[in-house]
Design a binder for this molecule. Sequence first.
Ligand code: AMP
Ligand code: MG
Length: 331
Amino acid sequence: MPTDSLNIMKNSDIAKAVQVLREGGLVAFPTETVYGLGADASNELAVRKVFQAKARPADHPLIVHIGSVNELPDWAEVVPPAAKQLMDAFWPGPLTLVFKKRSYVLASVTGGQDTVAVRMPSHPIASELLQAYGKGLVAPSANQFTHLSPTSAAAVREELGSVIDLILDGGACELGLESTILDVSREKPVILRPGMITRTMLENVLGEPILVATNETTTRAPGRHHLHYAPTTKTILLPTEKVAAYARSLTPTDLPVVFVVRHETVLPHETGNIHWVTMPPAAKDYAHELYRMLRTLDQQHYQQIIIEDVPLAPEWEAIRDRLTKASYTQC
Ligand code: AMP
Ligand code: MG
């Protein structure tokens, strides 16, 4: 479908979206994390379209989004007590849980694994759509594979406008970072991807320590692949104390550059070719701004984006994870 026939909606037109999904089409919709590229999770052809649209490798599993906890048994073979506690605490919301899957769940959804990832989003448009559809939707971030996740309908259009049948516009995503993914299919729960629901928050509910996966313990979570979440501009992550020295070391061929800082004082000077933007001091606000900011800077033809590292505190863990991935090959 040509881009100009794409319908970017001012208000959610749920009935039309349901019709598109029933016909095996693709509907992008807002969630509280980022925009998702939705398709019927039990329709093989529709799921295949998602992989094609994103140019996503087939072994990267997708998250099934549901509108009601009653739908969980359609996907999960076993729902352990720990999962129930976490669902009570955080669903609907930005927590994805990985379960042993029902035998019939499509291998294309699970990347051929015996587990399935499920989330119940809290965004009102996502909820309304999922409840109206009544069946699970796969909804990976609505971007080309390895690109930044979109946090606005305009960003979805930039990324995938020519291949999506409908975009539901819900404005800017509240959180702006992808969900926390917790594998509850193992003996002990393991965090596969950090998110704004932190390890500490999960531990407080379960009353026991939770492991965080390393790349050695899992390659199962697509979000764990390096160069996910990457701007196309060379991106460098630097500790606060190295930012000023790095700015002084730049040569004319390195320029223009932009520094993304939390403390304006870390930069010794601004020249015509050294720019900076200041990010909000609180993790929640920083996360909300991050992808929007990187997407904007990525379009401004800088030679480099240099990002001041963030604190080691739990609430910054997901942000640090995405920044590390965005800058992986350049460090
Ligand atoms: P995306 O929706 O593009 O942000 O990525 C989907 C995420 O879901 C990936 O990061 C995967 O890690 C995760 N995921 C989906 N299904 C599974 C599964 N069965 N096991 C582990 N991780 C999964
Ligand atoms: Mg993604």
